[in-house]
Design a protein around this ligand. Sequence first.
Ligand SMILES: NC(=O)c1ccc[n+]([C@@H]2O[C@H](COP(=O)([O-])OP(=O)(O)OC[C@H]3O[C@@H](n4cnc5c(N)ncnc54)[C@H](O)[C@@H]3O)[C@@H](O)[C@H]2O)c1
Length: 256
Amino acid sequence: MRLENKVALLTGAAAAIEGELMGFGGATAHLFVREGAKVVLTDIRDDLGERAAAALRETGAEVLYRHLDVTSASDWQQAVDDTLEAYGRLDILFNNAGVAFPSKIEDLTEETWDRELAVHAKGAFLGTKTAIPAMRRGGGGSIINTSSIMGIVGSPTTPAYSAAKGAVRLFTKTAALQYAKENIRVNSIHPGYATTPLTAERFSEPAVNKVLLDRTPMGRLGTALDIANGVLFLASDESAWMTGTELVIDGGMTAQ
Ligand SMILES: NC(=O)c1ccc[n+]([C@@H]2O[C@H](COP(=O)([O-])OP(=O)(O)OC[C@H]3O[C@@H](n4cnc5c(N)ncnc54)[C@H](O)[C@@H]3O)[C@@H](O)[C@H]2O)c1
């Protein structure tokens, strides 16, 4: 039980149904529950999220679903308040919601640029800002922000996404510095190409699939579980002396 007595809030975590393709948030929710945490799943896909939470509760887990658009400060406050009301504390925040709109820069609209920055960068900022007071009251916490390999190296296809994920990467380090003394750790994860509801359609196109596999030394795409195992480590006390760091899980892609 690596997360016994801990309470976790996860964003972008509706795809969490056993037997269906899960996202990073969904797979992480399953590991968190297995390790003894109480979990609040959040997303904007409310039907799916409610079904996922109900299925997890049937296994005996303590799981809630709440609507949370990560770009909305009032949604954040409501979700954190609901978490405290239901479970009395908040120990772990997984800022994971995401969108991806491939485009050439010349074709990229301001709306898409703003959306990418809002969901990823503003979302991580608002989540961190809202969670910190609750974590402080509990004596500390762990925040894990989903960046990407595209927050480390350039992406040939997703300029706004890369800018947003780069912002998440350095926001993480600044938040880590500001709250280190309060035992609130903030780290980022940097997944490589992985098959999830966000990517399954695009990544399975044969031409795209070949390019991604060619770029990935280990010769396969990642799974949501590959990423969730890293998130679990950063959420647990096993990473107690880690803050402001970046955990790359990418089959070797950025080693080249
Ligand atoms: N799959 C990959 O190859 C890959 C690689 C690197 C990083 N990522 C990142 O991982 C994270 C999780 O993505 P995933 O691949 O597991 O797919 P996913 O589809 O399971 O997760 C993304 C979720 O974010 C939700 N979402 C979108 N906009 C939102 C908003 N405004 N507020 C709240 N939720 C919102 C979606 O409804 C969806 O459920 C994303 O941040 C993504 O950018 C994915």
